[in-house]
Write a protein that binds this ligand. Structure first.
Ligand SMILES: NC(=O)c1ccc[n+]([C@@H]2O[C@H](COP(=O)([O-])OP(=O)(O)OC[C@H]3O[C@@H](n4cnc5c(N)ncnc54)[C@H](OP(=O)(O)O)[C@@H]3O)[C@@H](O)[C@H]2O)c1
Length: 246
């Protein structure tokens, strides 16, 4: 039995992952800002086989509450084996260009809140010398593009933070897993035209998350082919890249 904390548990990718964990009979602690939605998800997960499901409210930008929420989850479950951080927003890039407050909001939600949560989780996992910390990053963090570079900056910052954390926690036996999805059909991408082979489902990403934990991987591009796509994108020289409309 695994004791699992999910932060941003109303996310489509988190829900798909929780369903897989529920089928395996684990104990789940769901954290999010929409308590009605959390309780609806909790009911569904119990029906699917979860050993237990508990919920707690948190707006991730209320940094002062982070330690208390993590402590409450660990207390309720009797410890933590897996923590998944899944929340995020794909903000309005144009609005962020015009108004730094909008950019700051995006950076707080997608980077600073994650770094704060990771700071609390890392100390707990380091002390217990076991477990897995899993974070949903994005291929958008691999290279800055004009269409979403504020979001990309946040994901890039988190990816670098996770690299350092992985290096630190390796000797404690704690896995630090960065998941980098490409295009996923979720509410976050509601405004996109979702046709084409690059799109995947939340459940496909969930499968990669479970596989990544089982294989004790460090970084997982989800699906795998995004590793190749991003290797090509990263290899384009900057003097050429700056002329592209991406
Ligand atoms: N979809 C993609 O194509 C894609 C690609 C790469 C990476 N990702 C990443 O995957 C993760 C999950 O995204 P998704 O696609 O599953 O999107 P989603 O279904 O839109 O979920 C986003 C989640 O973030 C939560 N959230 C946003 N701001 C919050 C706040 N201040 N406090 C608490 N929760 C907050 C939302 O809560 P509410 O339900 O209360 O709104 C929602 O649960 C994100 O980190 C995203 O950046 C997604």
């Amino acid at each position: 039995m695994t004791r699992i904390l999910i932060i941003g548990a109303t996310s489509a990718i988190a829900k798909a992952t929780a369903r897989r964990w529920a089928r395996e009979g684990h104990e789940l602690y769901l954290v999010g800002r929409d308590t009605d939605h959390l309780h609806e998800i909790a009911g569904d997960l119990k029906v699917r086989g979860a050993q237990s499901v508990q919920c707690a409210a948190l707006d991730v930008n209320d940094f002062a509450q982070h330690a208390a929420v993590i402590d409450a989850a660990a207390g309720a479950l009797g410890g933590l084996d897996v923590a998944l951080i899944a929340h995020g927003t794909l903000g309005d890039q144009k609005a962020c260009e015009q108004d730094f407050q909008a950019a700051l909001q995006e950076l707080n939600t997608n980077a600073i809140s994650v770094i704060s949560l990771l700071t609390h989780l890392a100390n707990r996992f380091e002390a217990q010398k076991q477990g897995a910390i899993v974070v949903l990053g994005s291929v958008a963090g691999d290279r800055g593009r004009q269409s979403n570079y504020v979001y990309g900056t946040a994901k890039s910052a988190v990816a670098t933070f996770l690299q350092g954390l992985r290096n630190r926690l390796h000797k404690s036996g704690v896995q630090v897993l960065t998941i980098k999805p490409g295009f996923v059909d979720t509410p976050m991408t509601a405004a996109f035209d979702k046709k084409g082979p690059l799109w995947s489902s939340p459940d496909a990403i969930a499968q990669e998350i479970l596989r990544g934990i089982a294989k004790r991987r460090d970084v997982v591009y989800a699906p795998w082919f995004w590793w190749g796509v991003m290797a090509i994108i990263r290899s384009i020289p900057e003097r050429l890249f700056k002329r592209l409309s991406l």
